[in-house]
Design a protein around this ligand. Structure first.
Ligand code: SF4
Length: 211
């Protein structure tokens, strides 16, 4: 990556880390996915159970494989499973010792934004059983809440392709604020501060990750 971009990302990322800290989130900046993976493996105890919801970022950086290889029990709902198995897996993800996820957007001011179709991911973020560990690429930083919600909705088209859902935005090429059966935008969570009695840690990564 161009060194000016590396430095620029660091300046932006460190500013957002301070914004997150003001809102009660533990937060840190790392410059790339390798450092992010190292920190994930340091932060999560080797004997912890880990719930990983539908997140591309966590899989992109290899955290799923690395955690499994060293013996962490993983709960997830990707891949071939029945509807009932998927439903139960989502509950187990939220009950795990660590809920490991990304976010759709983080504002410069430190608000964390997520849009969800099923509700399991936003539930885990607000009421996860143990540590909620976010790993978020620099591409998710947004100017303000309006910008962040737009950014979150823009992730729906690639997510619809991944999940083989024919959403209205996939057909139109942009969000049409649908209320369709296929809608993947049914619940929005804005974490304005660390929720009481929850533990949060945000690793902000100086490269593009996820959608
Ligand atoms: S068109 Fe519907 S599913 Fe697509 S981003 Fe907009 S609200 Fe979400």
């Amino acid at each position: 990556m161009n060194e000016n971009i590396v430095k620029g990302n660091e300046i932006k990322g460190k500013f957002v880390v301070e914004s997150l800290k003001r809102r009660g989130f533990e937060a840190e900046y790392v410059s790339n996915r390798e450092e992010a993976l190292k920190r994930i493996l340091e932060i999560i105890p080797k004997d912890a159970t880990v719930g990983i919801p539908g997140t591309v970022t966590i899989r992109e950086i290899g955290a799923m494989d690395a955690l499994q290889e060293r013996g962490n029990k993983i709960f997830q709902h990707w891949g071939q499973m029945s509807k009932e198995e998927r439903r139960l897996a989502r509950f187990k993800e939220n009950e795990a010792d660590v809920f490991l996820t990304s976010a759709n957007a983080i504002t410069q001011d430190g608000e964390i934004i997520n849009i969800d179709g099923t509700g399991n991911r936003v539930a885990g973020m607000a009421w996860g059983n143990g540590l909620v560990l976010f790993v978020v690429g620099i591409n998710k930083i947004s100017f303000d809440l309006t910008d962040g919600i737009k950014r979150a909705r823009s992730a729906t088209i690639p997510n619809a392709v991944r999940q083989n859902e024919m959403t209205a935005c996939r057909k139109a090429g942009h969000c049409v604020k649908c209320l369709d059966e296929a809608s993947m935008c049914r619940a929005i969570l804005i974490l304005e501060q660390a929720v009481k009695e929850r533990n949060y840690h945000v690793i902000l990564v100086g490269e593009n990750l996820g959608y």
